[in-house]
Design a protein around this ligand. Sequence first.
Ligand code: SAH
Length: 364
Amino acid sequence: MSMSTAVYMTSSLHNILVTEILEQGPMNVERFMAQALAHPEHGYYMKQDPFGVDGDFTTAPEISQMFGELVGAWVADVWVQMGCPSSFTFLECGPGRGTLTADVMRVTKAVPGFHSAVHIHLLETSPVLKAKQHETLSAYKPVWHESLDAVPDRGPVIIIANEFLDALPIRQFQKIGKGWQERMVDYNQTEGFRFVSVSSDLDISDKAPIAGSGDVFEFSPVRTEMFQKLCEIVKANTGGALFIDYGHLKSGLGETLQALYKHQYTDVFDHIGDADMTAHVDFDSLVQTAKALDIYVSDVIEQGSFLKNLGILYRARALMSKADEMQKKDITAALHRLIDSDQMGSLFKVLGFHYGYPFTLPGF
Ligand code: SAH
């Protein structure tokens, strides 16, 4: 088989996708994103630890311990409002390096009865990150799951997920004339990868807002299904859940699929399998999903407001009172990064839901 030099020089995943498209025709964005992130051998999350200075991106728990401490306070408050059950499931979805749960566990040491009641479950598909989580969390004897089907149905549950939903693949649709077509990834030797629109097996006309020709609408069946299962777990077992992610409050138009490679945005077709790939979370559609199941769902608010409502300014002040000049600078920088509108404070949104208790969800 003859291959152009350009193809030969690129990643093996690139070649696998080219072959699939040439054999089977254009693939939808869902399959493209799923392969880029989760191809068993070459997918981004299957191969590497993406975080930190040498990685591709950083997340709130990796920026500062304050984030995990406040989420820990949220979890403890919810557990107390549940009547301090003597046994409960704590599930983190997509725990990355395990930093968030480690901070939650550290801060809840001060809550009498919490540690003897908690059973930690982690939803994770990446072997590399599972190994990291093992290093961070093995003292707490977590149980790992690759799918939600194996999470036990026994007693109350508290779920947290930070930057998890954005990693779940989306489908894209484009208004062409009066109708919607699905945006697909095609390939040819001269142009390389490119988007094309073709007719789709999924009719999204009842989901999409009013649009003009050329507009793109994103919808994620995978994310919807995952979120719905999490709602069902809480409904069947009682409890509460917290989701933090970047995204929009109202279902809208626009293309948000993005790739990050070594802390820089890059074309989604460059570095396939070596760059992180995400899409904004449509929080409005999550709210609708929870409401359809008669679950109490919070307002969706900005991360900056949520963290301030939970007392991040006091926490920062307390940390500063024991810090040297260098540490004070770090704390201040992290604080601004987490809450300022021009940083993570506004783009990141927070959603909570609960079932089975007369809760006041903290932070909202
Ligand atoms: N919550 C962490 C990591 C966010 S990155 C933090 O804030 O730092 C996304 C995480 O979700 C990674 O741990 C990744 O391996 C995991 N992940 C992605 N897709 C997944 C899936 N389908 N099922 C389970 N985990 C998944």
